[in-house]
Design a protein around this ligand. Structure first.
Ligand code: FO1
Length: 338
C-alpha cells in the first residue's frame, strides 16, 4: 500500500508569497528528500490589470517566474535579463500608461495569455499552460488562480478639492495606487470589482478540503491573502478544514518586510503588527510564526505561535521558515489526533 500522497496548499500573493513557496519546495525536495508531496499554490488575482489590451496577472506571473527560475531577483517581479524595446516604442507612440514597467519577455506572457483567454480558455487553463512552460508540474507544483472570474482590487482615495476641501472620493486600480502613487496617498478602503460573483477556480476548494497542511505565506494580508479569502466559499473551506492552517507573519516589529502592507492595514484600521494580522485570520488560523522581535506579543487563545528569525534573506532562509511552518503543522496534527 503506497503511503497516501501528502498535499500542501499555500495561499500566495506576489513577491513574499513566491519566495516563501520557493523556500518550501527547497525544504521539501532538497532538505527533507520528499519528492512526493504535492504543493498546490492558490494565487491572488485581485492585482490583475488590462493594459494595452493585454491581461496582466502580476501575482500569478511572479510565482511562475520565481519557481521557474526566470524572475528578476532584485525586483522580485518581472523577468531576469529583460529588455524594454516595446515599452520604449509605446512611449514614442504616446501610449498610456507608462508608469507600469513591462519588459519584452514579460509582454510575451501577457500576449499569449490574452490570446488564449480570447479563444475562450479559462484563466485556470491558461495558467496551467504557462506553468508547463516554467516546469512547475516537474516540481510537483500546481498553480491555481483563486478564481477564473475576472476580479480587480480598486483603492478608494480621498478626493481633495482645489481649495483643500473634502471633494468626496475617487477609486483607482490597485496597481495605480501601488506603483504610480507608491501607496503614498492614504487609502480610505479597498473594493474588489467582481468579487461578489466570483467562483473559486476548479480545484481550489477540493485542495483546501483534502490538504494535510494549509500555509499562509508572508503575503500582504489585505490585498493578497485577503482577496483570496474574499472569494465566496474559500474562507468557509478554511474554517472547515481538517488540516492545520499555519501562517507566517508579514509584519516584523510593526513594519512590513517589504511592500506597503502597513498602508493597507492602516486603511482597515488594523494594528500593523503580527498580532493585528493574526486577528484578521482568527476564525481559521491554528498556528502563527512571528519574528523574534514579536515574541510573546500574540496571546490569542487556541492559536499556537512560534518565534524565529522571519527574514527571508535568500532561498535557504525561506526554506528554514517553511520548515518551521511544517514542523508547527505536524505538532498541531498530533495534538488534533490525540
Ligand atoms: N511593481 C512596481 O513597483 N513597479 C512596476 O513598474 C511594476 C511592474 C510590474 C509588471 C509586471 C508584474 O507582474 C509586476 C509588476 N510590478 C511592478 C509588481 C506588482 O505591482 C506587484 O507585484 C503586485 O501587483 C503586488 O504584489
Amino acid at each position: 500500500m503506497t503511503p497516501k500522497q501528502m498535499r500542501i496548499t499555500a495561499l500566495a500573493g506576489g513577491v513574499g508569497g513566491a519566495r516563501f513557496v520557493r523556500g518550501l519546495l527547497h525544504e521539501l525536495r532538497a532538505v527533507r528528500g520528499d519528492q512526493e508531496t504535492e504543493v498546490v499554490v492558490v494565487g491572488n488575482t485581485g492585482d490583475d490589470i488590462t493594459l494595452f489590451g493585454l491581461r496582466i496577472c502580476p501575482d500569478l506571473d511572479t510565482i511562475l517566474y520565481t519557481l521557474g527560475g526566470g524572475i528578476d531577483e532584485r525586483q522580485g517581479w518581472g523577468r531576469a535579463e529583460e529588455t524594454h524595446a516595446v515599452q520604449a516604442e509605446l512611449a514614442e507612440l504616446g501610449a498610456q500608461p507608462q508608469w507600469f514597467g513591462l519588459g519584452d519577455r514579460d509582454f510575451a506572457t501577457h500576449i499569449a495569455r490574452s490570446q488564449w483567454l480570447g479563444q475562450g480558455q479559462t484563466l485556470s487553463q491558461v495558467t496551467a499552460r504557462l506553468a508547463e512552460r516554467w516546469g512547475l508540474p516537474g516540481q510537483g507544483v500546481r498553480l491555481l488562480p483563486a478564481t477564473d472570474t475576472p476580479i480587480e482590487t480598486h483603492v478608494v482615495l480621498d478626493e481633495a478639492g482645489a481649495d483643500g476641501s473634502d471633494a468626496g472620493e475617487r477609486a483607482v486600480h490597485f496597481q495605480q495606487w501601488w506603483v504610480q502613487l507608491q501607496a503614498a496617498v492614504p487609502a480610505r478602503r479597498f473594493t474588489v470589482a467582481g468579487l461578489g460573483q466570483a467562483v473559486p477556480a476548479p480545484g481550489v476548494l477540493e485542495a483546501l478540503r483534502t490538504s494535510d497542511v494549509i500555509l499562509l505565506p508572508p503575503s500582504n494580508p489585505v490585498v493578497s491573502i485577503g482577496i483570496i479569502l474574499g472569494v465566496p466559499g474559500v474562507r468557509d473551506a478554511l474554517r472547515g478544514s481538517r488540516a492545520p492552517v499555519v501562517g507566517v507573519s508579514p509584519i516584523i516589529g510593526g513594519a512590513p518586510v517589504r511592500g506597503h502592507a502597513d498602508a493597507c492595514l492602516s486603511a482597515m484600521e488594523v494594528e500593523v503588527s503580527a498580532r493585528g494580522v493574526a486577528g484578521l485570520y482568527a476564525d481559521f488560523l491554528d498556528g502563527w510564526l512571528v519574528d523574534e522581535a514579536d515574541t510573546g506579543t500574540v496571546q490569542t487563545p487556541r492559536l499556537q505561535t512560534r518565534a524565529l528569525d522571519l527574514r527571508m534573506r535568500d532561498e535557504a532562509g525561506a526554506a528554514r521558515i517553511a520548515g518551521a511552518a511544517l514542523d508547527l503543522a505536524a505538532e498541531l496534527s498530533v495534538q488534533r489526533s490525540a
